[in-house]
Write a protein that binds this ligand. Sequence first.
Ligand code: PLP
Length: 387
Amino acid sequence: MTRRYPVAGPSITEREIARVTEAVRSCWYGKHGVMHERFERAFAEAIGVGHAIATPSCTSALHLALAALGVGPGDEVIVPDCTWIASVAPVRYVGATPVFADISADSWCLEADTVAACITGKTRAVIAVDLYGSMPDYDALQALCDAHGLALIEDAAESFGSTQRGRWAGSFGDAAAFSFHGSKTLTTGEGGMFVTSCDATAARVRVLRDHGRAPGDRWFENQEVAFKYKMSAMQAALGLAQLERAQELIDKKHALKRSYTDAFGPHTAIQLNPVLPHTHATPWMTTMVWPAAWDVTKAEMHAALDARGVDTRPFFHPLSSLPAFAESPKATAARWRNKTAYDISSRGLNLPSAHCLDARAVATIAGHVADAFGTLRGEAKRGRSAA
Ligand SMILES: *Cc1c(COP(=O)(O)O)cnc(C)c1O
C-alpha cells in the first residue's frame, strides 16, 4: 500500500498517556477538578490572560462568549466569510444574525475596512478568526470596535502559538476561544477553552456553562436555565501534557511550513499563508493558493492530489455560498460584495500538516503538487487550444 499523507493529526507521547492514566485513576471524588485547575491555570499563564475556562469545544466556548456578552435576537454579528462554520453557528444559537464580511488578501482574515462596510445600527459584535494561524490587524479592528461600541471576540481555534506585537493569539478583544479538536495544533481529542481578562465576563461564563449554578453551589439551586459545557478530567490531563510540550508542537508547525517553502523553491508562484507585519503566525495548516491564471479549480487539484496519496482540504468555502445560509439575505449580499473571499477560496487547498510529517514527506508531497499542476495546467491549455 502506498503511503498516504494526512492533512492533520496529533503528536501523542508517553507523557500524554501517563497524564491521562493519572486522571482516570485518581481524578474522582474530591479530586475531580484537579486536572482542570492545573490545565486552566497553565493555559491562562501561557497565553497571558486572566481567565481560562475549559469547554467541550471551541463552538461551545464561542456560544458562551456571545451569551456572556449579551448578544441576542435582533443583533447582528460580523464574521469573516471564509472560516469554519463553527465560528458562525453560535451567532445563530443566541438568535442573532451573522453578517459575512470579506477577507483581506494580505492575511486571509478580516480587515477594518471590510468590517466597517458591514456595520449597521444593529451591529453588536465582531468575531475575528485567526485563519490557519494568521491574524488580522487587531489594533485596527479594536479601534474600529471601540469607535462603534462593538464587542470583539477572537476565534483563536487555529492560532495557538501565534503572536502579534508581542501578544499571544487569544489575548485580543473582549474574549477568545480555542479548539483542541484532534486536528488542531494542541489537542484533547475534543475540547476547547474560553479565555478572557475581564473578571465579570469570566464569572458570567462560569454560571452559564454549569446550568445556571453559582460557582461553589452545592444545593443544586439553579438561578436560570443555561448550558452544560464542561470538559472531562481525562481531556484536561491530555491538554496539560500537550501544553507542557507546547513549544515543540508550535515549532513543528513552523518547520512544516518552512519545509514547504523550501520544497516549492524561491521562484514558485504558489502563495502560502500570508502573515501581516508585527505578526508571528504559527501555521495550523500550511495552505497554498495558486495563480488564477493557471485555471485550476480546487476540486480538480484536490482530486489530483488524492489520487497521488496526498490528503488536502478545500480552502474554506465562503459561508455565504453554502446551502446552510441559502435562506439568509445577508448571505445574498455577501455573494456580491466579498470578491476576495470568493477569489482566494476558489484556488486554495490546505496541504498535509499533521504532526507525524517531516521534511522528507513534505519534499515528496511538493513533488506530487508540481506533478499534479503540470497535468492540470496542461489539460487546461489543451482544452483551450481545442476550443
Ligand atoms: C476547529 C475550529 C472551530 C471549532 O472547534 P470545535 O472545537 O470543533 O468546536 C472553530 N473555529 C475555527 C476557525 C476552527 O478551525
